[in-house]
Write a protein that binds this ligand. Structure first.
Ligand SMILES: Nc1ncnc2c1ncn2[C@@H]1O[C@H](COP(=O)(O)OP(=O)(O)OP(=O)(O)O)[C@@H](O)[C@H]1O
Ligand SMILES: [Mg+2]
Length: 420
């Protein structure tokens, strides 16, 4: 594109420089020929030379030295051109050899407005015909028809040539404008592409960051529900063993439970790393796995936990079942840790498009809007909420101090094998 543009510019510059010298060359030639052919008085020669110099000066001042002046419509093109024609006409009337200089009249008709140009060209044709007839003296009553014929030939030829030249010039201008527009569009496209590439890189970086963030949260939830919960239980059992030993009671039982807990949470942590479903769901359906978890919890903490199921049991997507089981485990862990409850009820409801798990206890209760994660813990409810949200479910916590706690997780019923 730029090559075409510079090609155009080069040719235009060459054309401009040729056109710039045409007036002077033609005037010099005409002056030389007129001096050779004219054997008139010294005064007449001086007049011719003076007028030639004035014409050259007029062209130089108005067109060559101030090229932008005649370009302006009306004035001074409207001043420049008529004066030029008068000077050329006077020179032709002094000596017909100045007919050669009329070429400047044709070329500089360009400076006039498009419609007026033809008037300029026809006036030039009239002057050229006059020169070809040998000056005003050559046109008398009898030679008028010949003069008109020569004028017509001049007008047709020069008018035609000028018309084609102007059309060509207009086309060149249009082409240049199109090339400029295309070059601009190209530049805009290039910058848009660059901007796009920048945005793309930014989006990739953001997506990567979002991915890392999500994965970190998922891992935090997994660590909480497997290792942290297990370790908390182990610590509790070890403390219980120590106290039992001081009382001379059955401390060995607590050590055994601690050992079993450590093994189980280690196994769960390994399963989580391998992206396997929680162990209780490995061989059992969700209601059975829940019943198993609840009975083991009761055996450990001595608080009765009742599990009931409503609706038609269907096997759900592992993510859905895993989410509900982990919710139940954390809710029970919280009851053991914080509630001092006398009983717990777990209800699993299979409804049309939803499965809901409710865990209720009659313990101490708490103010849900006042709990926030701390360095010492407090991540269980947050992890529970995120886990439920990941399968497009919702978590509701109803509790107040002294009034027990109800946790309700509702998740979409996505049957096993459904890619959703
Ligand atoms: N069933 C409940 N009865 C009474 N208080 C509860 C119950 N469940 C949660 N809480 C209160 O909500 C807080 C936040 O619970 P969350 O499970 O988020 O953290 P945590 O159990 O303290 O620690 P973590 O689960 O990280 O080991 C608890 O500290 C407790 O005060
Ligand atoms: Mg907790």
């Amino acid at each position: 594109m730029r090559d075409h543009q510079s090609g155009f510019d080069l040719w235009e510059r060459r054309e401009q420089s040729v056109l710039r010298i045409v007036p002077y060359v033609s005037l010099a030639l005409a002056t030389a020929l007129s001096l050779l052919s004219d054997h008139g008085s010294a005064g007449r020669v001086a007049l011719q030379l003076g007028l030639s110099a004035a014409t050259a000066g007029w062209i130089a001042w108005m067109a060559t030295l101030h090229p932008q002046w005649p370009d302006r419509p009306r004035v001074p093109a409207g001043v420049y051109y008529p004066v030029l024609i008068c000077l050329l006409g006077t020179l032709i009337s002094l000596n017909p050899m100045y007919g050669f200089a009329i070429i400047t009249g044709y070329v500089h008709a360009f400076y006039l407005r498009p419609r007026v140009r033809f008037v300029g060209v026809f006036v030039c044709a009239a002057l050229a015909a006059l020169a070809q007839m040998g000056g005003p003296g050559g046109v008398d009553g009898g030679s008028w028809p010949l003069y008109l014929l020569i004028f017509a030939v001049n007008a047709l030829m020069s008018g035609g040539i000028c018309l084609f030249a102007w059309r060509g010039d207009e086309e060149t201008q249009q082409r240049k404008a199109i090339i400029n527009e295309l070059a601009e569009a190209n530049a805009r496209l290039e910058s848009a592409l660059e901007e796009n590439a920048g945005l793309h890189a930014q989006l990739l970086a953001q997506a990567r960051e979002a991915g890392v963030h999500d994965e970190r949260q998922r891992m935090a939830g997994e660590i909480h529900d497997t290792i942290a919960q297990g370790l908390a239980g182990v610590v509790t059992q070890l403390q219980a063993a120590e106290q039992a030993r001081a009382r001379d009671a059955d401390w060995k039982r607590h050590l055994d439970i601690a050992q079993q807990m450590a093994r189980e949470s280690l196994a769960e942590a390994r399963r989580s790393v391998q992206a396997l479903r929680p162990q209780p769901l490995e061989d059992s359906a969700l209601p059975d796995a829940l019943a198993d978890v609840a009975s083991r919890w009761t055996a450990l903490h001595g608080v009765p936990a009742e599990v009931s199921t409503t609706g038609t049991v269907r096997i759900m997507h592992p993510e859905v079942e895993g989410t509900l089981l982990r919710t139940a485990q954390e809710a029970l862990a919280n009851v053991a840790k914080h509630a001092k409850a006398s009983r717990v009820a777990l209800t699993l409801s299979y409804m049309g498009d939803l499965i809901t798990l409710d865990v209720r206890d009659d313990g101490a209760g708490f103010a849900p809007d006042q709990v926030a994660p701390t360095a010492a813990g407090g991540y269980g409810l947050t992890a529970m909420r995120r886990r439920v949200a990941r399968v497009a479910g919702t978590l509701a916590i109803e509790s107040e101090p002294g009034a027990g706690t109800a946790i309700s997780a509702s998740v979409p019923a996505v049957p096993v094998g459904d890619p959703a």
